[in-house]
Design a protein. Structure first.
Length: 409
């Protein structure tokens, strides 16, 4: 039942080891190709539609500046912000996250971002050869984590309505023993899809019936353009691990996220994480805590972020429709940072378009990066990240894309 050639996805480049003999479990690891073609040096004319990072103008830079100054104006709080902290995170931050997620503080672990949370969950649960269902297309770094633990990857299609839960059930009925179902339920990276509440509830039922664990990696939940939220996986279920992050709201460089896990499992995750980093940055945690604790501060920030990203999505989508109608098929996103588009059958190949675009100072990501099994199913797709460029750069980017496509014909 498991499709052949599960791991790793293309393209792979050999791991550089040099003269030092590293452990085989390390030298055997694949190395992900970069999301974009490298550019020679820094050129300000380059427009990068490649990074899933929030718009710089969406970040609360002034608030951070003030908080940092206050933190270090006092020797006590300054030194405390540079001290060791508890492995599971600052209790006040765990408490804030717990309040927002509607869970008890004891089921919250502060992590170094969502990727760390996924790595801890996979590390705690997977034995060699276990079957992990991954989104198809998938956030590629997750494939590397599954590979690290010797898991067998079972790709399941993700569409505008998220992962195909019926397909997962078909696999279970056919006798496949699944250990983890990993999915990005809100504003999926790269495809933008959202899993309806009914399907989330059904997946939890299946998890409880068949004994697998849902690892819900959800960095984009708060990036909803209209402010609406789909009812999420029930946190009360012992079969649900939720992974969240401040990367998409407060900035990736803070390296702060969280895991919500059943209490019995949380201790194991904490035990695992302390072997590599003790705890997440005390400084990052202390920097955001006074802001999060101001009533309404985070919700107001989300409203601001939403309007910034929604405006960029509209400008970008309008420009794509005006310039490339007929060449590209896509659904306008309702949140998140991406447009996932298929090149029409008569249009050039995505890899040629990526190269021609780079020659015109436009960086794009080819869909092939997002195949969990290294297959060619997304070879005609492109992922455009519209959040980071300025509003005025977005139509320019689309003009360069048009020129790139024309040059490939
Ligand atoms: C689906 C998904 N998971 C995890 C991450 C990593 O997030 P973090 O920076 O919080 O580790 C990203 C970032 O792009 C993502 O898109």
């Amino acid at each position: 039942m498991i499709p052949p050639g599960s791991i790793p996805p293309a393209p792979i480049v050999p791991a550089p080891i040099g003269d030092v003999a590293v452990a085989r479990r390390v030298s055997a690891l694949s190395v992900a190709a970069p999301y974009a073609l490298p550019t020679r040096g820094f050129r300000s004319s380059v427009i990068r539609l490649v990074s899933g990072a929030p718009a710089p103008e969406a970040l609360p830079l002034d608030d951070f500046g003030r908080t940092a100054a206050e933190l270090f104006a006092d020797a006590g709080t300054g030194a405390a912000a540079l001290a060791y902290g508890p492995h599971a995170g600052q209790p006040a931050l765990r408490d804030w996250i717990a309040g927002r997620e509607g869970v008890d503080l004891s089921s919250v672990l502060v992590t170094n971002g969502a990727l760390h949370g996924v790595a801890l969950a996979f590390g705690a649960l997977l034995e060699q050869g276990d079957v992990v269902v991954l989104d198809d297309p998938v956030f590629p770094d997750t494939v590397r984590i599954a590979e690290q633990y010797g898991a067998r990857v079972l790709p399941v299609r993700v569409g505008p309505e998220g992962i195909d839960v019926q397909r997962i059930e078909d696999h279970l009925l056919a006798g496949v023993r699944i250990r983890i179902v990993y999915t990005v339920a809100d504003f999926h990276n790269p495809s933008g899809g959202v899993l309806p509440a009914k399907e989330r509830a059904r997946l939890v039922e299946l998890a409880e019936q068949y004994g697998f664990v849902i690892v819900s990696d959800n960095p984009y939940r708060d990036t909803t353009f209209d402010g609406s939220y789909v009812e999420d996986f029930a946190t009360g279920s012992p079969r649900v691990i939720k992974v969240g992050t401040f990367t998409k709201t407060l900035g990736a460089g803070l390296r702060l996220g969280w895991v919500i896990a059943p209490v019995g499992l949380l201790g194991h995750l904490e035990n695992l994480r302390r072997r590599t980093d003790f705890h997440s940055s005390t400084l990052s945690q202390e920097l955001i805590l006074p802001l999060l604790n101001q009533p309404g501060w985070f919700d107001n920030l989300l409203v601001h972020n939403r309007s910034v990203h929604r405006a960029k999505a509209e400008v970008f989508v309008d420009a794509l429709r005006a310039e490339l109608i007929g060449d590209l098929q896509f659904t306008a996103p309702a949140g998140g940072f991406f447009v996932w588009a298929r090149l029409a059958d008569h249009a050039p190949a995505a890899s040629d378009v990526v190269t021609a675009a780079a020659e015109r100072d436009l960086l794009l990501t080819s869909g092939r990066h997002f195949a969990p099994d290294g297959g060619s199913q997304w070879d005609r797709h492109l992922r455009f990240a519209f959040s980071a460029p300025t509003l005025s750069e977005l139509p320019v980017a689309v003009g360069r894309l048009r020129a790139a496509l024309d040059a490939c014909r």
